[in-house]
Design a binder for this molecule. Structure first.
Ligand code: CU
Length: 112
């Protein structure tokens, strides 16, 4: 039981550390590159203040799909053509942005 609490504490500390190190307010722009089956950035965390504009630009060397969870925005990505997704982060919570062909989490948006 004590081990479990210790583990939980470490998890919380890690999560907090990840958030403060990439703290951002105001409009958020994320430029995503998919090349040779690799997605960059991968798994980054972005702090977004509620009501902010979020712009995600995806450039890929192959067809893919980008999905913003929670906001249920899904867009096709055509190889070689930048795809721009813009929305207003008007819902609080944690939302993952994923690619579906190359399965990867691009980013997690912490909206608050
Ligand atoms: Cu998804």
């Amino acid at each position: 039981m004590r081990r479990l609490i210790g583990l939980l504490l470490v998890t919380v500390l890690l999560a907090t550390g990840a958030c403060s190190s990439s703290a951002k307010t105001g409009p958020v722009s994320i430029a995503v590159t998919i090349a040779n089956g690799k997605v960059t950035p991968s798994g980054a965390t972005y702090e977004v203040s509620v009501g902010s504009k979020v712009t995600i630009t995806v450039t890929s060397d192959a067809a893919d799909t980008v999905h913003v969870h929670g906001y249920e925005i899904e867009k096709e990505v055509v190889a070689g053509t930048p795809t721009v997704i813009t929305f207003t982060a008007d819902k609080t919570g944690s939302y993952e942005v994923e690619t579906h062909v190359v399965e990867a989490t691009i980013a997690t948006l912490h909206v608050r």
